[in-house]
Design a protein around this ligand. Structure first.
Ligand SMILES: C[S@@+](CC[C@H](N)C(=O)[O-])C[C@H]1O[C@@H](n2cnc3c(N)ncnc32)[C@H](O)[C@@H]1O
Length: 308
């Protein structure tokens, strides 16, 4: 899911050079495209889209240092980093792993919202909500408790696929998501009692203590580098015995890495430690992939935890 956003430079000639450069890029003439983009940035030094695209092309041309320089400029001239230049710097090993820019996530999913369900479910075989539903039933069955929840919070609710999967087992759903367009889609399902456009950490902070019986996050915590702050808030808002269920992407290493798909992958040991540090008790953690990429399942984890 590449975020291809265009931010006008405000200079007509520079914008036109950018358009020509994109045509050349699409035709495969990367050298000529890079040359035109450089001209565009000379005309409009604050032209974030040109700097970002230049970084992308230089990377494809194998010029790592020049790509890093262009991505740094893209980041510098757009304080919100809507193109996600900082992520490209992380992938290139030129920046340490840190949080994803909120403006980037919002731009990505606002742009993606109209085609989200067909692209994810049909094209990538997305199955996150179904995996969570099955895992929650299994975890509740193991402790002989009903899998029925009065109040649930759906973190990174997107268009509402998780609420759809849990609809029969939950009385009231609250959805929180950074993207207004995804929230509009979620609203149209009629499944949520409340919907909030917010970062999930901020959204949780605004909720009363012990006010939820279930928190789900389907394919949403993959956009968080550090899981602990959100997990701590989840613990605070859950009632004792309340349940957290989330999918994650994973890797064989120990901590957190950013994958080529620009989502974070959390090592299983890191997840176990984070769950414990947040004051939750792990009920289930197993390998299961929520989506495919390049026709292969992306390594993933399904996690269910409970507040003691
Ligand atoms: C891949 S979609 C999954 C949506 C939905 N949970 C589902 O299963 O279909 C990820 C969603 O998480 C949201 N998101 C990512 N980071 C977020 C954050 N820090 N706070 C709130 N929402 C976030 C995105 O806007 C997007 O709608």
């Amino acid at each position: 899911m590449p975020a291809r956003i265009f931010l006008s430079s405000g200079d007509l000639v520079a914008d036109r050079r950018f358009d020509f450069a994109r045509d050349l890029q699409l035709k495969g003439d990367l050298v000529a495209a890079a040359d035109l983009l450089l001209q565009a940035t000379e005309l409009a030094p604050g032209f974030a889209s040109a700097w970002f695209t230049l970084g992308d092309i230089r990377q494809r041309l194998g010029d790592r240092e020049a790509a890093i320089a262009a991505f740094r400029k893209a980041q510098e001239v757009d304080a919100g980093d809507r193109h996600g230049a900082s992520l490209r710097l992380m992938l290139l090993g030129a920046a340490s792993i840190s949080a994803m820019p909120q403006a980037y996530v919002r731009a990505l999913f606002d742009q993606y919202a109209p085609k989200f369900e067909t692209a994810l479910v049909d094209d990538l075989g997305y199955r996150g909500p179904a995996l969570l539903f099955k895992a929650v039933l299994t975890a509740r069955h193991a402790i002989r408790k009903p899998a029925f929840f009065k109040r649930a919070i759906d973190l990174g609710c997107g268009t509402g696929l998780a609420a759809t999967a849990f609809a029969k087992e939950v009385d009231h759903f609250i959805g929180i998501d950074l993207s207004p367009r995804m929230i509009e889609k979620a609203r149209s399902t009629g499944l949520y009692e409340q919907l909030q456009v917010a970062d999930m950490l901020e959204g949780l902070r605004g909720r009363p203590e012990a006010s939820a019986d279930l928190v789900v996050a389907a394919d949403a915590m993959v956009y968080l580098a550090d899981l602990v702050p959100v997990l701590r808030e989840v613990t605070r808002v859950l009632v004792p015995g309340g349940v957290l269920a989330c999918t994650l992407e994973t890797h064989d290493g120990v901590n957190v890495v950013l994958g080529e798909g620009l989502r974070y992958a959390h090592g299983a040991a890191y997840v176990r430690r984070s769950i414990g540090d947040a004051g939750l008790t792990l009920s289930l953690l197993y390998d299961s992939s929520a989506r495919n990429e390049d026709n292969a399942p992306v390594p993933g984890l399904v996690v269910v935890a409970a507040k003691p």
